[in-house]
Write a protein that binds this ligand. Structure first.
Ligand code: PLP
Length: 390
């Protein structure tokens, strides 16, 4: 993996380290397979490359357990899953999700006719806080159609808890695991392995499992996956008439090829990123990091918390970092309940931890071609600008 700073470059000439650097498989290395798609003449509609992708994902990433459907992106996967899983709870209106998350989740819920109900996160793991979730279930239980926990920044979540809640209350459950390809649960299995509840993964270019656009719906329940396949194709049954809700979520063969080539990269990419993450933690021991839940977390970037009381200094710190050639971000700030559209369309419980974490978060760069020296440079730059801003 290449260094972000070519040898011999002095600090002043150092080029900017971008926040993320998408690294999907090179198209130029796939010319033979692209020709094969052309001569086959199947460009979409569950063609042979889609089929190869789906079996490679199950065999190579999920231990041969369960089934998956490749879709054009994770947001469409969430829309289909929410539409289906909320159905048995007809008349109920809420989709419960963390406010510390990405806009795709509440947008998908709204497209599925549901109202986002925003819950607080745990101060350490930044996943949904179980007590806060229980409190909202207590208050809105009869009105909740679906629980939509997210693997925050790729962090594993306790799926048994959601199976239990689904049984006890009749909720649907959809897992937004968009950034969690490569994450291992507490058993050491790929996150989601064996889950009946649909688990949605993304292969967007900026994710560690990097395609161009693309997503996966995974479930151990084959019938569910076949139903999603129908829904992803306009809800058509064998007679090509719509027999249920649907839309077009099909993945093109070329995009499937790119994703397929990315499957073999999951191990090296995840472990390289883990090493860099670990180095950030060693370098920045005075800052708070997210507490990892499973055996391994897939890392898209590196979020850290500024010290308490530093929220007001964050903008200055980002500006000073940029001047030193480090591009940082503030994911997920503003949190979802702060977005104008979701303030208007959603309902929120107490979000005090979310607010505190969101206000102090800084997301640092990570990429496949970043090296340990880059991480040291970024860490030193952050230390220096924090002293400047103190
Ligand atoms: C990236 C992401 C999505 C959206 O995935 P797309 O494939 O771009 O639609 C949804 N949820 C989370 C948590 C994400 O990180």
């Amino acid at each position: 993996m290449r260094s972000g700073a070519p040898e011999g470059m002095g600090m002043t000439e150092r080029r900017t380290i971008p926040f993320l650097r998408p690294a999907p498989p090179e198209l130029s290395a796939l010319v033979d397979e692209l020709r094969a798609i052309e001569s086959c003449g199947r460009y979409s509609n569950f063609g042979p490359v889609n089929a190869r992708l789906e079996s490679a994902v199950v065999e190579e990433l999920l231990g041969g357990i369960g089934h998956c459907l490749a879709v054009a992106n994770a947001t469409l996967g969430l829309m289909l899953a929410l539409r289906r899983e909320a159905r048995p709870a007809q008349g109920r209106r809420f989709a419960l999700m963390a406010s510390f998350g990405f806009a795709a989740t509440p947008q998908a819920a709204l497209w599925a006719g549901l109202t986002p109900l925003f819950v607080d996160i745990d101060r350490q793991t930044w996943n949904i806080d179980a007590h806060a979730e229980d409190a909202l279930i207590e208050r809105y239980g009869e009105e909740i159609a679906c629980l939509v926990p997210t693997t925050t920044f790729g962090n594993a979540i306790d799926l048994d808890r959601y199976t239990m809640l689904a049984r006890r209350h009749g909720f649907g459950v959809v897992i937004d695991a968009a950034a969690a390809v490569g994450t291992h649960d507490e058993r050491g299995c790929t996150f989601g392995t064996g889950s009946e509840h649909p688990v949605i993964f993304s292969a967007h270019a900026t994710k560690p499992f990097s395609g161009h656009e693309g997503g996966l719906i995974y479930s151990a329940d084959q019938e569910r996956i076949e139903e999603f396949r129908t829904m992803a194709n306009f809800g058509f049954d064998q007679r090509r008439v719509s027999s249920q809700p649907g839309l077009n979520a099909k993945l093109s063969e070329v995009s499937a090829l790119v994703m397929l080539s990315s499957v073999a990269q999951v191990e090296p990419v995840t472990s390289h990123r883990s090493e860099l993450f670990w180095r950030y933690q060693q370098n920045l021991q005075s800052l708070a990091f997210q507490r990892s839940v499973g055996r391994r977390q897939s890392h898209q970037f590196v979020p850290v918390l500024l010290p308490e009381g530093w929220a007001d200094r964050r903008a200055a710190i980002l500006q000073l970092l940029a001047e030193r050639g480090v591009e940082a971000r503030t994911y997920h700030s503003p949190h979802l309940a702060e977005h104008p559209f979701f303030r208007e369309t959603g309902v929120a419980g107490d979000l005090s931890v979310t607010q505190d974490v969101a206000d102090r978060i800084v997301s640092l760069p990570l990429a496949n071609d970043l090296c340990a020296e880059d991480v040291d440079y970024i860490s030193e730059a952050l230390g220096a600008v924090m002293e400047q801003a103190a």
